[in-house]
Design a protein around this ligand. Structure first.
Ligand code: PCA
Length: 325
């Protein structure tokens, strides 16, 4: 009897011991808006593997790419609503909420990786503070390659953009469309191929990366590599989900995030030329843009930065001062 009791107790203890790590395990869903083969997504997958490894499986992050769990523009709200724990957003997509979110998409403010990094350092504190008010914690940021103009027809000047069906991905790209007399239509990257195929859009600004991901050469023949800005994707986590982790897991997440940030900036820069080569290999004409087109675009950039400075007020001025120091 005593024997049996002991055996029973030890079974209970064993079952409990086995159940404990399982109970402490956390599972996070991570929606992203871009395809699996995109360099941001590959970086995210590496980040999730690093986290799983360094927490010895205590935190498992499942990546849902291509807008499959939430569309790119729904991810931020999903995190705020607790429907997902961690996700990737393009921060400039939210400049209507707060103009500081759009600073990285002002044409010709920061056009190199060095300047984009400086601008990120200058804007990171205020970006983090504003997202924190919404219960969101910034883990890391990675830029897209510089933005150029894709067009179904050749462009020599800004006047050639008049009447274009212009695909926008954030408020700044919509504003550019207005200023050049084009018709802005917001289309997420995951729907770009479709929008081109149906003729909903025929002109847009983005990187060679998205041009490649979307195989735009099937409709679009010209890429003007004007390098106007480097917009950033941010990986953010709900503060509540982060706080629910034990201390070592939190530290593991922060460490993997810092590594992902460094790796992402490097890969983005390294792959820029490769992406453009793929456009050429697929028959596209790649051009730096005529002096007139470039000069007129720069003018447009001045209009946009003046508008932005007004909207962003003291926060905006502080970013610009820190950036220009
Ligand atoms: N690709 C994303 C954002 C910027 C970029 O290069 C897109 O076109 O949606």
């Amino acid at each position: 009897m005593l024997h049996r009791r002991l055996a029973l107790t030890s079974t209970v203890v064993l079952t409990l011991a086995m159940a404990l790590p399982a109970a402490a395990q956390q599972k996070w869903d991570m929606p992203t808006g871009y395809p699996a083969a995109n360099f941001h997504t590959e970086n995210i997958v590496q980040f999730s593997k690093d986290v799983e490894k360094s927490t010895a499986g205590k935190l498992k992050i499942t990546v849902h790419d291509s807008g499959s769990l939430f569309k790119a523009n729904e991810i931020k709200r999903a995190l705020q609503g607790g429907q997902a724990q961690i996700g990737e957003i393009i921060i400039s997509g939210y400049s209507n909420e707060n103009p500081v979110y759009g600073v990285d998409s002002i044409p010709f403010l920061a056009t190199s990786y060095t300047d984009a990094q400086k601008l990120w350092q200058a804007s990171r504190p205020v970006t983090e503070a504003n997202l924190a008010k919404q219960g969101l914690k910034v883990l890391y940021a990675v830029p897209w390659p510089a933005q150029g103009i894709f067009s179904t027809k050749p462009l020599n000047s800004v006047a050639d953009l008049k009447g274009a069906k212009w695909r926008a991905y954030n408020p700044n790209t919509s504003r550019i469309a207005q200023l050049v007399g084009a018709q802005p239509v917001t289309v997420q990257a995951a729907e770009l191929t479709q929008a081109l195929a149906t003729g909903t859009v025929n002109t847009f600004m983005t990187s060679g990366a998205t041009g490649y991901d979307s195989k735009v050469w099937e409709q679009v023949k010209y890429f003007y590599d004007v390098a106007a800005w480097l917009p950033k994707n941010l990986v953010i986590v709900s503060q509540k989900s982060f706080d629910a982790l034990d201390k070592p897991s939190q530290e593991a997440v922060l460490k993997a995030a810092a590594e992902a940030e460094a790796r992402g900036w490097k890969v983005s820069q390294e792959k820029t030329a490769w992406y453009i080569d793929q456009l050429k290999k697929n028959g596209m004409t790649v051009d730096a843009g005529s002096p007139q087109l470039k000069a007129e675009l720069r003018k447009l950039g001045e209009t946009i930065i003046a508008e932005w400075a007004k909207q962003a007020g003291a926060d905006g001025q502080a970013i610009l001062d820190a950036y220009r120091k």
